[in-house]
Ligand binder design. Sequence first.
Ligand code: SF4
Ligand code: SF4
Length: 380
Amino acid sequence: MMPMPVRRTLRRWNRLYRETRVVAQALREKDHPVFAHVVVTRRCNLACTYCSEFDDHSKPVPAEELLKRIDKLAALGTTTVTITGGETLLHPELELVIARIRSYRMIAVMITNGYLLSVDRIKSLNKAGLDRMQISIDNIEPDDVSMKSLRILDLRLRWLAEHAEFPVHIHSVVGAGTSKPADVIQIQSRARQLGHLSTAGIVHDETGHILPIDEESRRVLKQVEGSTKSAFSFARHNPWRAKLLAGKPNDWHCPAGGRHLYICEFGLVHYCMSQRGYPAIPLEKYTIEDCIREAKKPKACAPYCTIFCVHRIAWVDRLRENPSQALTELFPPQEGSDQPAIPAPVRALTALFAAPKPGSKPSGATLAFRKAAMRLLKIS
Ligand code: SF4
Ligand code: SF4
């Protein structure tokens, strides 16, 4: 068997290739779902007080049903599937679902509270082809609000550091969900020490709206954002969050129901986890026309929405429709400069795949590069 560093490097390159393809395709085509969340079980082994996503009794969705849902998402052209719950590791056949996602070249992501991880389960997730794992950790010591605690999960994080062939994101929620926001700094520092990635989000209510956030939580969020190194990271470039934290609404169009789908345990399509019940059409009957119609619908919940992944897709759509304005807003000039601080890879991808401004024509060289890149990324 190949040594772990070699396996990790090969998988990193393969993932980078496929994720570049996801962005390129999203920039180029406007109708397919970019992200889908699929619930594999509503049951959770914990009971965080801020959560409205779980119960303590539901059975796992049968694997056969889940595989049909993955097949249908692939047929709609979906590019990334995130497995969610409840607690995903309670599903005994999770690996079958991950392998089916990967069989369509889609990106396979899972969200877990990490409690049920073992070295054997990590190895079986490697084998299934998991691309990314997100673990939520809220505090250092368990309290009345959340048991997703670093002290309990540290051993699992070490197992992951040693055995996982996929990147692990440690996500912490700041706001009403955590009694000690400063814990987040320590959690993120431990995550990085072990080689994991770390992000922080703001707590929202069951409708997706931001909840009141105190000064200490704001300071923690700022510190966490400042320590994110990746130029690609939306943790560093998220003007919508800055506005919400300032108590202001965002003026944006939410493309959920088309670019983002949330598939509940009953196989119904919803806009997102916070807007369940709309449009509530069975996935098996959902068509690309449904995607187009629902994505276009104005959503009253949009101005104060905190659902990060849907904001991200909306930005990709804005990049396609009006690249220069979107890039300037997303990467504003740094102190001492009047030029937007756009990372070179973002500039290159946008130039290659976003539509040119009306009335302007791409140069011959751009067209030749675009053709070569599309062939390389296998985009028709
Ligand atoms: S672990 Fe996750 S799904 Fe379970 S109760 Fe907590 S937030 Fe909800
Ligand atoms: S704006 Fe969109 S993503 Fe946000 S809560 Fe509403 S439907 Fe969900």
